[in-house]
Design a protein. Structure first.
Length: 188
């Protein structure tokens, strides 16, 4: 058993007869009244996100997890195939368990969190950023680097993302996987 002081991003807990992963939290100490923790929880079975508030000192039942490195092989409809980089065993995961499936390209190394009790996969953590090539966007205009204007673009994995006006087809860009937003253009 853990308490609210042990809450951190990525912690998996038992809550309402389901397993949830904490994706956001905020410790609040108001001037009047007891402290509490505001959390945003994501169900690892359905992918549904809920908001919940725990009072300070509340006991929570955490889930023992193990993390392993897996390589993304390919997607077959809503099923994504991964291979363990140590023992080469393959697993299949549904699209609902993935946070940003459109940002994964074949060969990407991800971290899969599994429940140690029944060895079932709980979540897939991608690297902080990925580099993808732009396959379709409107032509860029020289000199449009000072404004914050953006345009839609499609990446090699099929993800749609807003990019600055100076980005052209064939450019490689770095994308924040947590928010799914453009970070910078990558020169190679």
């Amino acid at each position: 058993m853990a308490s609210t002081s042990d809450i951190r991003k990525g912690l998996c807990i038992h809550y309402n007869n389901d397993i949830y992963k904490i994706i956001e939290f905020l410790h609040v100490k108001p001037g009047k009244g007891p402290a509490f923790v505001r959390t945003k929880l994501k169900s690892v079975t359905s992918g549904k996100v809920i908001d919940n508030t725990f009072s300070a000192g509340h006991k929570i039942e955490d889930v023992r997890v193990e993390t392993k490195k897996f390589q993304f092989l390919y997607a077959d409809g809503d099923t994504y195939h991964f291979m363990n980089t140590e023992d080469y065993n393959q697993i299949e995961l549904q699209e609902s368990i993935l946070d940003q499936p459109k940002l994964m390209k074949e060969g990407e190394i991800v971290t899969v969190m599994t429940n140690t009790e029944n060895n079932s996969p709980l979540s897939v953590d991608m690297p902080a950023s990925v580099v993808l090539e732009i396959t379709h966007t409107e032509p860029g205009v020289k000199g449009n680097t000072a404004t914050n204007a953006s345009k839609p673009a499609t990446t090699e994995t099929g993800a749609s993302i807003n990019v600055p006006l100076f980005i052209n087809e064939g450019d490689k860009i770095k994308i924040d996987t947590e928010k799914g937003t453009y970070i910078e253009r990558v020169k190679e």
